[in-house]
Design a protein around this ligand. Structure first.
Ligand SMILES: C[S@@+](CC[C@H](N)C(=O)[O-])C[C@H]1O[C@@H](n2cnc3c(N)ncnc32)[C@H](O)[C@@H]1O
Length: 232
């Protein structure tokens, strides 16, 4: 028996992405409009939520949020800087900051980037001490002003149109990740057997350095996955 609410969310996101991609392919919208529609879609849904998890796109409770995101700590293996690309209201950064501090293994400085002005405004309201670390920009074109980051985390390559996803991955590796740093993709929920991301990466000739997989908390057909690439 599938978790119907989670499956509905996954299906809705896929449908939205597909509609957008078709409109772009058929020349009904430009690439600029693609980003604008995407931004409005995320912003309006997230900002309407009455809790910080919902404002970063997560529909579950705090325990579920922890179960879904704690695996990111597995990829943090040294002190350094960390940027969440598509940080929404900053809840992931805030949570990772709390978790890394409570474990005390590594000292990590957190940063965030989002395409939505409204969501970054919300992040700054929630995390005023971090206002200089929260940036507005389209990740496909934005570049770090000074230093690159030791850890770059991007939940989805679908933040850009399908035909741009490979160059997005390359941009992240070339322009965002510091030498000796790590690009983290995920964590993402998908049907256990699909392995969509890994298949796509392998078609492009990319072999992740590391990966994590976790079962869904109450659905054996779903899995949560994350992969990472180390940069020399
Ligand atoms: C699913 S949320 C992820 C939130 C957070 N990273 C987390 O894991 O909790 C996706 C976020 O990515 C942002 N986003 C989508 N496309 C983007 C792009 N091209 N550049 C920067 N941010 C983007 C959206 O505005 C949204 O806030």
């Amino acid at each position: 028996m599938k978790d119907k609410s989670l499956q509905k969310i996954i299906n809705r996101a896929y449908e939205f992405n597909e509609e957008q991609q078709n409109a772009l392919d058929q020349g009904i919208i430009t690439e600029e409009e693609w980003y604008e529609i995407n931004k409005q879609h995320f912003s309006s849904h997230y900002i309407a939520s009455d809790n910080p998890r919902g404002q970063s796109g997560h529909s579950g409770n705090e325990h579920h949020y922890f179960q879904s995101h704690f695996m990111i700590l597995e990829a943090i293996h040294k002190n350094g800087s960390f940027i969440d690309v598509g940080c929404a209201n900053g809840y992931l950064l805030e949570s990772l900051d709390r978790w890394t501090k409570s474990l005390g293994y590594y000292s990590v400085e957190f940063y965030g980037l989002d395409i939505s002005e409204g969501l970054i405004d919300l992040a700054v309201q929630r995390l005023p001490d971090w206002k200089d670390r929260l940036f507005i920009g389209n990740a496909m074109y934005w570049k770090p002003e000074a230093e690159k980051y030791d850890f770059v985390c991007v939940k989805e390559l679908s933040y850009v149109p399908v035909n741009k996803q490979r160059s997005f991955l390359e941009r992240l590796l070339n322009h965002y990740v510091a030498p000796g740093g790590r690009l983290i993709l995920g964590p993402n929920g998908e049907e256990r057997e699909t392995r969509h991301l890994e298949n796509q990466l392998s078609k492009w000739g990319y072999k992740p350095t590391g990966y994590m997989e976790k079962s869904h908390h109450n659905n054996q057909l779903l899995a949560r996955r994350m992969v990472w690439f180390d940069k020399e």
